[in-house]
Design a protein around this ligand. Structure first.
Ligand code: SF4
Length: 106
């Protein structure tokens, strides 16, 4: 009987880990799409990254074709007006926005 405790404990741990790993993509999806608010240009990280929701207002933008919509960090689908950005976790950025972390989507 006592020999079963470590195995039960391990099984319980493995079950919880599997449930947790399964839940992460769903939680991320909900967090990124349903519950996310647009990033404010006055957010400290947005200020540091010189984020503008209208790329034409970004003074440091040299490539005039660069916007969030064609950035490698933008994870929304084509045609969406806002979407998640891996730089601004839990917030939405404008498809027409821009910040200094911009990198062309491959
Ligand atoms: S990292 Fe890319 S998608 Fe995110 S705010 Fe900056 S330009 Fe937009």
């Amino acid at each position: 009987m006592a020999n079963n405790l470590p195995n039960n404990s391990r099984r319980h741990f493995i079950k919880l880990t599997a449930i947790g790993l399964t839940a992460i993509p769903f939680a991320t999806m909900l967090f990124n799409n349903a519950a996310a608010d647009p990033i404010s240009e006055t957010d400290p990280l947005a200020v540091a990254m010189k984020y503008k929701s209208d790329a034409t207002q970004a003074a440091d933008r040299k490539d005039l074709t660069s916007t969030c919509a064609n950035c490698a960090f933008y994870t929304s689908k084509a045609g969406d007006t806002t979407g998640p950005c891996s730089i601004f976790q839990g917030k939405l950025v404008s498809a027409n926005g821009w910040c200094t972390a911009w990198a062309r989507k491959a």
